[in-house]
Design a protein around this ligand. Structure first.
Ligand code: ADP
Length: 494
């Protein structure tokens, strides 16, 4: 990737998009569309179909028909593998086009998007394609006169509701294992980031995925997402997004067919710095990257910095220096370290959190404001706020923006207490040279992922999932497969 290749794509016209149902692009049943606004400059990029409940029901019916006639689930594993591998190849072959389209839609800096979006999506789909014929059922340890077989069957129709921060990466986390196991899927991209994901769905059809096996419906969460949640014909619902929506999905499930619901929700992840960290300068740079990349719109973002008292002031100064050295600007310029906030709504919410933090005694050391307003886009300066108490809103509520709250601690016990003082448990990190302390902290911090002397970067071989109100179930790794299969016992009298 180089700047001139990006420049050739950054202003290309973007065609209007319909849903993808039964392998065809179709408009909304009532013809309605919604504007796709680029957070880079506030311009309208194109329109997508604004789906209705009827559209969602049609997509689910198509997925159900595809599942029941076995056009995908009934194919030999080797055939499914071939299609998925081809899909991964097509994503890679179109990586730059997909990445630029996605960035124009959601504002992530291109350096991150190229790796995290098509790069990671292709890798994820390939991982599950390669795994699908290496997974075996089980034979139970029974007495000699019976045989107990445990089969793993596809669940049927999977509904996947995707957020706007990394649509292709998170989309692939759901689509890869769901399709590998033979399910049909209906996808609901986020309102403000659907373009790259919809293009990725088209590439699946090009790769030979049979029509109806993967359908995608754009539109508002409260309309098409709700229709998916309430459907009697969706067997499993997988979701990444906010806690409020996650709670609704569980309610929809209870009100309808009690479908299984897997939620990857927010976090308020503690990044814990001990004075004996191996390299404090490195820790400060990684801490800044761990909250400010993609404008903090990362579910695992290290949004709470817990610093040992003895080094608090120096460490905060180093983080501030690192933050101020990260250029904020047009996400399609390769020199940009922090791109645009996804939407005006999100930007306003971020600024609201800053005001609340100030009113609760926090001190804004850098940032705290909207910048580059003359571009017409949505940009926010990376923000560091010190003096954040355990009770403060900034400790207890996820911002999902470039806002880092800093709290000091006296000793290991206090660090653990602070780390565990929220309803969340998604990610976290400890920086220390003391091996025993590192292991103690990994054990003591209640979270799904704990980093040691690094932040982020865990690849597809390890699971990602939360505890507490960060959710349930796992994306990535072979553990993700569990969400997309039913266990069936065959008990055979010999
Ligand atoms: P955010 O507030 O950060 O946009 P959401 O949880 O609202 O996070 O969005 C994540 C995904 O959930 C999006 O695809 C959105 O359209 C969808 N969504 C929002 N509200 C609902 C709802 N009531 N039912 C189903 N899906 C929804």
């Amino acid at each position: 990737m180089n700047q001139s290749q990006i420049d050739q794509l950054r202003a290309a016209d973007v065609a209007q998009r319909g849903h993808i149902i039964d392998g065809k692009s179709v408009p909304a049943s009532d013809g309605a569309t919604m504007d796709v606004v680029s957070p880079i400059d506030g311009s309208v990029l194109t329109q997508v179909a604004k789906g209705t409940a009827t559209d969602m029901q049609a997509a689910i019916a198509s997925a159900r028909a595809a599942f029941e006639d076995g056009r995908w689930a009934g194919q030999p594993p080797a055939a499914r593998k071939k299609v998925l591998l081809k899909w991964a190849d097509l994503i890679e072959a179109n990586a730059l086009e997909l990445a630029v389209l996605g960035v124009r839609d959601n504002g992530t800096e291109i350096n991150m998007a190229i790796k995290a979006e098509p790069g990671s999506a292709a890798g994820t789909i390939r991982y599950y394609a390669e795994a699908l014929d290496k997974l075996y059922g089980e034979i139970a340890t029974t007495s000699a006169d019976v045989l107990g077989l445990i089969h793993k069957e596809p669940v049927g129709v999977v509904g996947a509701i995707i957020p706007w921060n990394f649509p292709m990466m998170i989309g692939a986390w759901k689509l890869g294992p769901a399709l590998a196991m033979g399910n049909s899927v209906v996808l609901k991209p986020a309102e403000t980031a659907s373009l790259s994901l919809m293009r990725m769905v088209e590439l699946a059809l090009e790769a030979g995925l049979p029509e109806g096996v993967l359908n995608a419906v754009t539109g508002e969460g409260a309309v098409v997402g709700e229709a998916m949640g309430l459907s009697m014909d969706v067997d499993v619902l997988v979701f990444t997004g906010s806690g409020g929506t996650g709670r609704r999905l569980m309610e929809y499930s209870a009100q309808s067919n009690m479908k299984r619901v897997y939620l990857e929700l927010g976090g308020k992840s503690p990044n814990i710095i001990f004075a004996d960290a191996p390299n404090l300068d490195e820790a400060a740079k990684v801490a800044a990257g761990g909250i400010f990349r993609n404008s903090g719109q990362v579910c695992i973002a290290g949004s709470r910095l817990l610093v040992e008292e003895a080094i608090h002031d120096d460490f905060v100064a180093a983080v501030v220096k690192a933050a101020e050295a990260m250029p904020v600007g047009n996400p399609l310029d390769m020199t940009t370290a922090i791109g645009a906030v996804n939407s005006e709504v999100q930007l306003a919410a971020n600024l609201g959190f800053v005001e609340t933090a100030k009113s609760e005694g926090g001190e804004v050391i850098t940032g705290g404001e909207r910048i580059l307003q003359d571009t017409g886009g949505s940009y926010m300066a990376p923000t560091v706020i010190t003096g954040v108490t355990q009770e403060a809103t900034l400790t207890q509520k996820e911002v999902f923006g470039p806002v880092l709250g800093v709290t000091s601690f006296a000793d290991e016990a206090e660090a653990v207490r602070l780390a565990n003082a929220t309803i969340y448990g998604l990610s976290g990190a400890v920086w220390t040279s003391n091996l025993s302390r590192a292991h103690r902290m990994v054990k003591s911090v209640r979270t799904g992922v704990m980093h040691v002397n690094t932040y982020g970067g865990a690849d597809g071989t390890v699971p990602l999932g939360g505890v507490g109100q960060s959710g349930n179930g796992h994306d990535k790794s072979l553990h993700a497969i569990e969400k997309y299969v039913n266990l069936k016992t065959a008990w055979i009298k010999l």
